[in-house]
Write a protein that binds this ligand. Sequence first.
Ligand code: CA
Length: 755
Amino acid sequence: MRRAITIFLLLFALSFVNKAESLVDYVNPLMGTESTFSFSHGNTYPAVALPWGVNFWSPQTGENRNGWMYAYTDTVIRGFKQTHQPSPWINDYAVLSVMPLSGELKINHKERGVGFSHQNEEAHPYLYSVTMDNGVKVSLTPTRTSSVIEVEYPSLEGQYFVIDAQHGGSKVEIDQMRRRVTGYVKNHNGGVPANFTNYYVMEFSHPIAEKGVMINDSLFAGRSVGEHDRVCGYLRFIVPEGEKLTVKISSSFISADQAQLNFNREVKGKTFEEVKSAAISEWNAMLGRAVVEDDDRVAKQTFYSCLYRVLLFPREFYEYDSEGNPCYYSPYDGEIHDGYMYTDNGFWDTFRAVHPLFTLLYPEVSERVMQSLVNVYNESGFLPEWASPGHRGCMIGNNSLSLIADAYIKGIRGFDTQKALEAMVHQTEAQGEPLSVGRNGYKEYFELGYVPYPNYYEATAKTLEYAYADWCLSTFASALGAVDIASDYKSMAYNYENVFDKSNGFMRGRTKNGDWVFPFAPEEWGGAFTEGSSWHYTWSVMHDVEGLSQLMGGHENMTFMLDSMFSAPPVYNYGTYGFVIHEIAEMVALNMGQYAHGNQPVQHAAYLYDYTLSPWKTQYHVRQIMDRLYKPTPDGYCGDEDNGQTSAWYVFSAMGFYPVCPGRAEYAVGSPLFDKVTLNLPMGKTFVIEALNNNPANCYIKSASLNGKRYTKNYISHFDITAGGEIQFNMADKPNIKRGVETGDAPSSMTQIKK
Ligand code: CA
């Protein structure tokens, strides 16, 4: 009896622990940070921020302007940086670094680095803390636009605090009496109007004993103001032993007054612990939209580390005025507007799974993103494709159309849909500046039904992405009742057929005369393709997988082609790149044939067996990818993480399904990784995904039931999930080759399966 009571109490205690579980503590922000220019394990940095925060903070190990701002193998810290960088390849803007020092004053970023070791470092989304080799301890916690930093100096000697306002035009103004520093930074890497400015304000807990500025490389001790190309400031404190220096920093893209408003609202009068607790609560609320129950702690760490990455970008670029209404400085027209603006996103990556995860689990965010897209069109004449913070020349496609169609089809309504339709049509029939905006090669695409090579670089990749975008536009127009637009764009959605070479079963470059580009090798990268080869782009018919299958000669042939991709030797020809780009090196390293999960265009391909009615092959491969290519460690990704996309692949896949075709309210079913995942949906609804008999060997679905009824389909409807309910999978170590094989079990395509 006593034992029974003990067990009862133990169970009670365990269930209590379970409920109080802090999901954010599964997150490792260092996942993906062990990366270099030539090989990416993620190319991430430990962003200390709120979800979608206006400003992120990161320790800075690299020199100023180095996109690899925090590399796990680096040995010194040079600062703690307010950053907005979406990717090292795009680099940063509006950067402000600060660095506490002990002893000698060294202002220049090349000289001020202090050794550190990972043993003395703690990284969470809500806190970064490190004791550097000189004994200085720094702890940092974020709000939406601000941060609170605590510094503990090892002795009274030389308690310096350096402010590095960086290159490109900056100002530091020290108000010694009021213990404040204000100023601005203007550095950027393009995509901004001339008046672009980040205004900052900081306040210190202790009196400033000594001050000075460095203008370019000249030091002016005692001076309070510096305004020039490159300005740094320094302060010295006398913080008594046992006390911490507290620094509160806020900023604004709108004005100095707005920076002060952000400061007053977010950090004034608050302690470090209060700000940190609020950040923990915010993260747990957002991560808690998907609650995982499983004994595999490492897989849970991977899942929540990935979900954290999904919830960072696109960044909120708006602030709240004195009345509490959203407003923003537009990086497109340089004016202040009311409403929402998001930035730092390459839709070529994120249309695939990041934005679909928002439409499913964070629809309120999706709605604001949609408003932001319409705003960008109003202010620049085009929808964004790669924004940081304004239009940037990077990647290809009209994937903004995918975002809008996906949101609308899945029920997001709070944006100007007529304006969006106008913007989408315009995006397909005009070329903007830079070339990534609008539709590069649109005239030839309309005339020929494809973009010719070599007249346009990456022409076949463009054709494929345009055809998918045309399907998205057609779907959206149809939903709005714009039947003519719907019909015109639906016929263009078949244009993928024009770059498919039936003689060899691959997508291929095509000249203006209609000839195939010669010679051709499916393993040749670049040329008519973007950061990939024909092995990767041949599958880019997300909206009509069945149509692609029929071009290939039917399900059996397409299954064989998919099998071949996973089993062919990972040979390559670097083609027009002229050297081994990191994506090629990563494909070879991951050792899955020609499958290159380290880059985005092929990431849906393992799910295509669902369409060829051999779903057990999808189950096998997606489980292999989850198990082999993701770890919650600094070398945890198999290539660029890219604004949440490679992470969103894992989040969806671990839940057991994936949005192969954003814009269609269906998800292809894969292999659920966890015993149980509960999705906490809007309106208090929940959808539970349960996998019985699940373990690393049991990757196959033996049977399934949806809300208690036998379920054989290789897809789940979006609305079956949002209605609330439960899907239960029974897992096994052998494929069930009789399940999911009927015509009606395949996910939808534009083309019907031939009976
Ligand atoms: Ca990439």
